[in-house]
Design a protein around this ligand. Structure first.
Ligand SMILES: Nc1nc2c(c(=O)[nH]1)N[C@H]1C(S)=C(S)[C@@H](COP(=O)(O)O)O[C@H]1N2
Ligand SMILES: [Mo]
Length: 199
């Protein structure tokens, strides 16, 4: 019988691995921010969803935290190659936020306090795949990690998980966000190693 190499050759990771190609595991929680941490007080914080017809829904802190809370435990994958397993969050599912929103949009452009933006297909924000997270590891979400609240879309590279989230604009046409417009991949699937345009 031939000797079979079980080495890691293709782009397809071994079945059962939690580590996408090119990533390494860290137990720390690095902070990656393109600018200074915006200090948004909870009593001034608001999140809006705006549709392609201009309809807008806005939640303040009391409104957000009155919604049903979920406690997802997820793995995080940053394009700078660290992955962190089993992170524990508290937040509101995007399914809950979007339940009463009528839209034919296919894309979302997410805007943060401080000016950061990122674009995500609307399909990737629904069906239990994304949250507005305001709790982390049993406590409040720290400002440097996006508190008061951030988007959490763990099946995509972590740059899609906009910290200090302020607005979700639902759009008929796609529009690149901050990193997507700077050469990063438009979609950013860590399992297909979609780091940069052309990957
Ligand atoms: N508003 C905002 N959100 C952001 C960023 C940012 O610079 N500003 N950086 C992104 C990137 S590149 C990563 S890897 C994660 C880092 O999240 P963390 O600092 O909590 O680890 O936030 C993402 N969300
Ligand atoms: Mo990142």
């Amino acid at each position: 019988m031939a000797i079979i190499s079980r080495g890691f050759h293709g782009r397809r990771p071994p079945v059962g691995t939690k580590l996408p190609p090119g990533q390494y595991e860290t137990t720390g929680f690095p902070v990656l921010s393109a600018g200074p941490t915006p200090r948004v007080k909870r009593d001034e914080w608001e999140l809006s969803v705006r549709t392609e017809t201009g309809e807008q829904r806005t939640w303040d802190w009391a409104g957000l935290t009155a919604l049903p809370v979920e406690s997802p435990t997820v793995d995080l994958h940053c394009v700078t190659k660290w992955s962190k397993f089993g992170t524990e969050w508290r937040g509101v599912s995007l399914d809950t936020l979007l339940a009463d929103v009528a839209t034919a949009a296919k894309y979302a452009l997410v805007r943060s306090y401080g000016g950061y933006t990122t674009n995500i297909p609307l399909d990737d924000l629904v069906d239990g795949k994304a949250w507005i997270a305001y709790g982390y590891d049993g406590g409040d979400l720290a400002p440097e990690h996006g508190g008061p609240a951030r988007l959490l879309v763990p099946h995509l590279y972590l740059w899609k998980s906009a910290k200090w989230v302020r607005e979700i604009e639902l759009r008929v046409s796609d529009q690149p966000g901050f990193w997507e417009g700077a050469g990063y991949h438009n979609y950013g699937d860590p399992w297909r190693e979609q780091r940069y345009q052309g990957d």
